[in-house]
Design a protein around this ligand. Structure first.
Ligand code: GLU
Length: 436
């Protein structure tokens, strides 16, 4: 059986630790080893059963988790996903990757991640609201603007965050026995969640931020890999058409790249002459499926193996594995999903010279803009879109350049190169705090 995502995360860490260890001397070597051991497991995992009343009056229970991996560099930070495949091991892995992601970009956070085992497509809006509120009550004692700051992830939205902010604020009031819990004792509830609606303390530019960050990274990669190619000649296949996949596709198309394939959870479409992502989204909204006119219908598996320049997995973990890694024809992979490539597949791709921009860098635009949202909430002042995107571009370009220079210097893969910087930053913070 293949490794679960948390085992993958441990394996990645061990590999990088082996490379970094010689940079630590004398008693710091023991501290380094202790830090690495500790980073293999999250600091804690909060779990519980959420009791939710369904519209027909029945009550159902849903298993829920929040993993807090590490906070040496700042409060735990990361999204909450609603998906039937959520598991404790998955949430642990995702929280570990958040620690590296925040360190790679240099934003002052640690890593966390939450999840509920649920198929949200089967729930009404009212049921989703009650589920979101139940989740917020479960984690209320463990979150706060300087403690742990949740955000959206797979199948959660600004609306989800709005419900959670409201419930969190009321729950803090109830726990503090404030008479009217709407005047709650919560310290800055808006700064406790990011990815909120703009009218409720959300940031301009947060919605498209993950996709935009990915496209900034793509442009830097293209400068290195295809310096003489025209944008129109560069073909891109995108797997997954949620918030991240859509915005990546839309912005890449807008910049002049050829988005030739798109897929959602049910299947994909391929058009060598290029697709218009905005048209595809509008069609999907109206008809519930991707358009089929003038395109070739393909499966998700086929999309991954297309002969394109850039493959952009933007959905879930483990889609590039040891079975299909040999058949990937793309020249480079930009991981907009978290954990789309298994460690076995990573080795196959490296041997075949397929450059992988790792998730912890490629999709860090989301959490970076969450950071700007949090800063604005703490300041009680909101920034114009232009300020957000200028700062986001700078963070992404710097993180890419650091990764690329490390890759040039060491000959290691993109993932190992990004991890070397990230793991070192986290370990150093733990050593300086005297935690190890
Ligand atoms: N869920 C996103 C991620 O995996 C965003 C996390 C955040 O904004 O805190 O990076």
């Amino acid at each position: 059986m293949s490794m679960n995502p948390h085992q993958q995360a441990i394996k990645q860490l061990e590999k990088v630790a082996g490379l970094l260890r010689s940079e630590y001397h004398d008693e710091d070597t023991a501290r380094f080893d202790a830090a690495i051991e500790r980073l293999k497991e999250p600091d804690r995992v909060i779990e519980g059963q959420l009791e939710v009343e369904m519209d027909d009056g029945r009550s159902e229970t849903f298993q829920a988790y929040r993993a807090q991996h590490n906070n040496a560099r700042g409060p735990y930070k990361g999204g909450i996903r609603f998906h039937p495949d959520v598991s404790k091991e998955e949430v642990k892995a995702l929280s570990t990757w958040m620690t590296w992601k925040c360190a790679v970009t240099g934003i002052p956070y640690g890593g966390g991640k939450g999840g509920v085992v649920v198929d949200p497509k089967k729930l009404s809006q009212n049921e989703l609201q009650r589920l979101s509120r139940a989740y917020a009550r479960l984690i209320t004692p463990y979150i706060g603007p300087q403690v742990d700051i949740p955000a959206p992830d797979v199948n959660t939205t600004p609306q989800t965050m709005a419900w959670m902010v409201e419930e969190y604020q009321q729950e803090v009031g109830r726990q503090a026995k404030v008479v009217d819990s709407s005047h709650s004792a919560a310290e800055n509830p808006l700064a406790t969640f990011t990815g909120k609606p703009v009218t409720l303390g959300g940031s301009e530019g947060r919605e498209e931020a993950t996709g935009l960050g990915g496209v900034v990274v793509m442009e830097k990669l293209v400068e290195q890999l295809f310096p003489t190619k025209e944008k129109k000649q560069i073909t891109v296949a995108i797997q997954g058409f949620g918030n991240v996949g859509y915005w990546f596709a839309y912005l890449a198309h807008q910049k002049g790249y050829s988005v030739v394939a798109i897929s959602d959870s049910r299947g994909g479409i391929y058009a060598p002459q290029g697709l218009d992502p905005e048209y595809v989204l509008n069609y999907k909204k109206e008809h519930g499926s991707l358009p089929s006119d003038g395109v070739q219908e393909i499966s998700n598996a086929e999309l991954l193996e297309l002969a394109v320049d850039l493959l952009v997995p933007s959905a879930l973990e483990g889609v590039i594995d040891k079975e299909n890694a040999h058949r990937i024809q793309a020249k480079a992979v930009i991981e907009m999903a978290n954990g789309p490539t298994t460690s076995e597949a990573d080795e196959v791709l490296a041997a075949r010279n397929v450059f992988v921009v790792p998730d912890v860098l490629a999709n860090a635009g989301g959490v970076s803009t969450s950071y700007f949202e949090w800063v604005q909430n703490l300041q009680g002042y909101s920034w114009p879109l232009q300020e957000v995107t200028t700062r986001l571009k700078k963070i992404m370009e710097t993180a890419f350049t650091e990764m690329w220079q490390m890759h040039q210097k060491t000959g290691q893969t993109g993932r190992v190169s990004a991890y070397m910087t990230a793991v070192q930053r986290v370990v150093d913070a733990m050593i300086m705090r005297g935690q190890v």
